[in-house]
Write a new protein. Structure first.
Length: 289
C-alpha cells in the first residue's frame, strides 16, 4: 500500500510527512499572562474617581453629597448639564436673590422646567412638600416628564406638549397622577393628582429646540378623604345631569371650587365648564358612559 504525503502528495516509505516535525520546529515564545481581573478593577477605580469628582462639583451640601448613589449623581449631573445648555452663564440675567424656601412656600405648587424633548431641566425644592420626594429621589424615577407621571395619560400629555411647542406662548394644562413616596401613598391611599399648567418660551432669538423651554406650575388638586376621615361640606360637590349633560342640580359647595353660585349653573351644559382642549376627551368618556 502506497502512502502519500498529506502536504505535497508524494509517495512516502512510511507514515511520515515532508513537513518538519514539531520537535524540530523552533519553540514559540510563551504568551504573556494578562489578568482581566486587575484590568476590570482599574477601570472601576477610574470610574469611581470620576464620579467622585462630578459629585464634588454639584451645588448641594456636603451631607447631601454623602447620601448620593451613583445613579443619583449621574441624574443630577445630567439635570445640571441640560440647565446649562438652556441657560448658559454668558446669557444668564444678573445674579439676584436666590429662590429661597420662604418664597417657594408661597406658591400653590412647585415649579417645573422641561426641554423641547420633554427632558427634566429644573424642579423646585418644594416638590418634597407636594409629592413627598426630594428632587434627587424624583430624578431616580427617570429623566423625562413621562417617567414621573402616570403612564395612562402619556399619549394625551405628549399631544398637548407638541401643541404647545408648535405654538410658543400658548398655555396648555393637563392633569395626571405623579409618583410619590411610599409614605405618602400609605397615608393618602395613592399617588398625588397634579394639574400642570405651562407654556413653551423661547429663551434666545432666533428660537430653536436647544433654546426653548416649557415653564410650568404644578398645582396639587384636592384629594378625596381617606378612610377614617370625615369629609367637610367644601371637600367635594355633586351634580345631577340630563343625558346631554345639562346640569339639573348641583350642591352649594360648588361655589368653593368653581366660584359659581348654584343658580348660575342650573340649566347650563357641563361642556361649557370645560377647557376647549379637554372637550374631545370628555365627549369620548361621555359616550362611553
Amino acid at each position: 500500500m502506497t502512502i502519500f504525503c498529506s502536504h505535497c502528495h508524494r509517495p512516502l516509505q512510511a507514515e511520515t510527512s515532508c513537513l518538519p516535525s514539531r520537535a524540530k520546529q523552533a519553540p514559540s515564545a510563551p504568551r504573556p499572562f494578562r489578568s482581566t481581573k486587575s484590568a476590570s478593577k482599574a477601570r472601576r477605580d477610574q470610574i469611581n474617581a470620576e464620579l467622585q469628582a462630578l459629585r464634588s462639583l454639584l451645588p448641594i451640601s456636603a451631607q447631601e453629597k454623602e447620601r448620593l448613589s451613583y445613579l443619583h449623581t449621574m441624574a443630577l449631573v445630567c439635570l445640571r448639564l441640560r440647565g446649562a445648555q438652556l441657560f448658559p452663564p454668558a446669557l444668564a440675567p444678573p445674579a439676584g436673590p436666590a429662590l429661597g424656601t420662604e418664597l417657594l412656600s408661597l406658591l400653590p405648587g412647585f415649579l417645573l422646567v422641561l426641554s423641547a424633548d420633554s427632558k427634566l431641566v429644573y424642579i423646585s425644592e418644594n416638590v418634597a412638600q407636594v409629592l413627598g420626594l426630594s428632587v434627587v429621589e424624583l430624578l431616580a424615577q427617570g429623566d423625562t416628564v413621562f417617567d414621573i407621571l402616570d403612564g395612562r395619560v402619556g399619549e394625551d400629555v405628549h399631544r398637548k406638549l407638541l401643541l404647545a411647542r408648535e405654538e410658543p406662548g400658548r398655555e396648555v394644562t393637563f392633569v395626571s397622577e405623579m409618583r410619590t413616596s411610599k409614605a405618602f401613598r400609605l397615608q393618602h391611599g395613592g399617588n398625588r393628582v397634579v394639574a400642570v399648567c405651562g407654556r413653551f418660551v423661547a429663551l434666545r432669538w432666533p428660537p430653536s429646540p436647544s433654546s426653548t423651554a416649557f415653564l410650568a406650575l404644578c398645582t396639587p388638586l384636592v384629594q378625596s378623604p381617606t378612610d377614617g376621615e370625615t369629609a367637610s361640606q367644601d371637600d367635594v360637590f355633586q351634580s345631577m345631569h340630563l343625558l346631554d349633560m345639562t346640569i339639573m342640580d348641583v350642591t352649594e359647595s360648588v361655589t368653593y371650587h368653581l366660584g359659581y353660585h348654584r343658580e348660575e349653573l342650573v340649566g347650563q351644559s357641563w361642556y361649557s365648564l370645560l377647557h376647549p382642549e379637554d372637550a374631545e376627551l370628555a365627549a369620548a368618556q361621555h359616550r362611553a358612559v
